[in-house]
Design a protein around this ligand. Structure first.
Ligand SMILES: Cc1cc2nc3c(=O)[nH]c(=O)nc-3n(C[C@H](O)[C@H](O)[C@H](O)COP(=O)(O)OP(=O)(O)OC[C@H]3O[C@@H](n4cnc5c(N)ncnc54)[C@H](O)[C@@H]3O)c2cc1C
Ligand code: SF4
Ligand code: SF4
Length: 424
């Protein structure tokens, strides 16, 4: 028996990829740019600053990096991962079973409150009566933060709590959020009158609206209503944990892409910051081995965050294997196929899944591969749907990162990889 009375819609995605914008029929989004991830800023009193701060109006990664670090990215892993001082594979010594991974993010938020380093933490809980509908929370106690453990893997308007922060006179704040939220937060940071801001970033890609998350689960899982936790793992499969504790695994290659076409919002397909590069500390998993979390310490404040939790953490080596440069050309060729193409036959999919697990990239090389793939796919998406926006929404590091594939790109797509201005 399900502990919640969950009813998931099995009708198709809320829009098609070719229908521009997120929930384009939603009155709430009237007056926003064509691209919008519903980060919450436009619900706040700072909405007049939207045109100066929204990543989908003008991507300010380069300027924000200069402000935070006094420089831009070096031509090495920083191009893909963003500027960082140190990176680790770590996990909580005593994992929280309700957490998405071991609970580093919520434990850190709770610890900051316990030690009086912050007055509040902006985090994401679940709306009453649901497991996964995202609801931004301004947590004032450690227990309130810990109660938000676990992903609600859908768009969340976390920045709408800016007004409450200002109304309640909060001066020291920790913010947990996705990369688009963090970009906007950094852009308006000076307006908030804070004495201290800690930004804990979670990597994010291919997010969806809540109705489309419901639909996704009905298409992927044998029992969508009993899914209590799911994660896209580094072993090329989605793991779904059910109420009884059993784990269902679905290989990425087995996803019914013809039925999923259209679930990703245009904004998420025009997003170029998978690892949350403008945070103080990024906490994900994709650069670490299965079972471990991947931490990127970016700023001095990020170092302070790590030290705050260090006694509760255990560490292991970061590793890497495989060669992404072998898979990228094939991925680029797949991008030339029509969207939503049918899956290959079962035996071929089985073989591909086997080869991906056996010979595919692992550890840091997996993170490099998946970040590059998303940069390339999203660059092509912007070029095909929002060509006029390219110079404003595609940041500098995208072209630098993808340079090694430039010749193959030109052959396949019959245009140079670089920007028009670069070519002139
Ligand atoms: C939509 C989404 C996609 C992600 N994709 C990747 C990925 O591809 N690769 C990767 O390495 N990591 C990804 N992550 C991050 C990863 O899944 C974990 O959230 C992260 O590693 C923290 O794990 P934890 O156990 O420390 O978190 P917990 O202690 O369980 O805390 C989870 C935290 O996530 C926050 N959160 C939950 N849902 C949302 C939401 N919708 N919007 C904003 N914040 C939210 C909560 O505020 C909470 O503080 C993604 C997260 C989300 C929400
Ligand atoms: S992404 Fe945020 S800032 Fe940009 S238009 Fe949407 S709500 Fe406004
Ligand atoms: S994929 Fe990008 S735009 Fe979409 S929610 Fe995540 S960070 Fe925001």
């Amino acid at each position: 028996m399900s502990e919640l009375e969950i009813e998931y819609s099995t009708t198709g995605p809320s829009k098609g990829l070719d229908t521009i914008s997120l929930l384009s029929s939603d009155d709430r989004l009237q007056g926003r740019p064509l691209l919008c991830s519903d980060c919450g800023l436009c619900d706040s009193a700072l909405s007049p600053l939207m045109s100066k701060s929204c990543v989908f109006v003008r991507n300010q990664t380069q300027e924000i990096e200069q402000r935070l670090h006094g420089r831009n990215r070096r031509p090495d892993d920083e191009l893909r991962f963003g500027i960082f001082r140190a990176q680790y594979a770590a996990r909580m010594r005593r994992p929280n079973p309700k957490a998405q991974w071991s609970g580093i993010v919520t434990s850190l938020g709770a610890r900051l409150l316990e030690q009086g380093k912050v007055d509040a933490v902006i985090t994401t809980g679940a709306a009453p009566g649901t497991r996964f509908k995202a609801e931004p929370i301004l947590a004032r106690t450690p227990a309130e933060v810990l109660a938000t453990a676990g992903n609600k893997p859908c768009l969340s308007p976390n920045l709408n709590l800016i007004d409450a922060v200002r109304d309640q006179g909060i001066k020291r704040l920790a913010f947990v959020g996705t990369s688009c939220q963090v970009h906007q937060l950094r852009a308006v940071e000076a307006e908030l009158g804070l004495e201290k801001l800690y930004v804990i970033g979670i990597p994010c890609s291919d997010n969806v609206t809540y109705p489309d998350l419901e639909y996704f689960l009905t298409q992927i899982s044998r029992s969508p209503k009993t899914v209590v936790h799911h994660e896209f793992m580094q072993d090329f499969s989605l793991w779904l944990r059910h109420e009884g504790g059993q784990v269902e695994r679905v290989n990425y290659v087995d996803f019914p892409m013809d039925k999923l076409h259209g679930i990703f919002p245009s904004a998420c397909l025009s997003c170029f910051d998978y690892p949350n590069t403008l945070s103080d500390l990024s906490v994900g998993y994709m650069g670490a081995e299965l079972g471990w979390q991947w931490l990127l310490v970016r700023t001095q404040t990020g170092e302070e965050l790590l030290e705050t939790l260090r006694p509760d953490l255990e560490f292991t080596q970061l590793t890497e294997s495989g060669d992404r440069s072998r898979g990228m050309p094939r991925y680029m060729e797949r991008l030339t196929l029509p969207p939503g193409a049918k899956r290959p036959p079962f035996l071929i999919r089985k073989l591909v899944a086997h080869l991906q697990r056996k010979k595919g990239t692992k550890g840091l090389e997996f993170a490099r591969a998946i970040i590059e793939m998303k940069l390339l796919r999203n660059l092509n998406y912007v070029r095909s749907k929002f060509a006029r926006f390219e110079s404003r929404v595609v940041p500098y590091h995208v072209y630098e990162t993808l340079k090694p594939y430039a010749d193959h790109y030109e052959q396949l797509f019959d245009r140079p990889l670089g920007t028009v201005t670069e070519e002139q």
